[in-house]
Write a protein that binds this ligand. Structure first.
Ligand code: FES
Length: 100
């Protein structure tokens, strides 16, 4: 894993998220009480969770409304023990970095 800059500072407003393509992966970065990063594609049918509705730490996949914890990647519906990969995120002076 290496730290990579994915966004400029301020590019993801508080309470919002954005999808990025890094190393051939689609990741979602959330700015919700700190930055959180996880794989963007829902395990159901590969919908992107990045534009999903946020309620606290929970994001709802916009396609069929499955829910994930954005801190742990844990799927909260249907399949127990299934998680999206999470990544460390740092807000630095010159941007947002993800360890991927
Ligand atoms: S693709 Fe996410 S719930 Fe179906």
């Amino acid at each position: 894993m290496t730290w990579q800059k994915v966004a400029e500072k301020g590019e993801i407003p508080a309470g919002k998220s954005k999808e990025f393509a890094v190393n051939g992966k689609k990741i979602a970065v959330f700015n919700q009480n700190g930055y959180h990063c996880l794989d963007a594609l829902c395990v159901h049918q590969d919908g992107s969770i990045a534009p999903g509705k946020l309620d606290g730490d929970i994001v709802e996949c916009p396609l069929h409304f499955w829910h994930y914890n954005i801190r742990t990647g844990e799927l909260l519906d249907y399949l127990k023990g299934v998680k999206l990969q999470t990544y460390k995120v740092e807000a630095r002076n010159d941007g947002i970095y993800v360890d991927i």
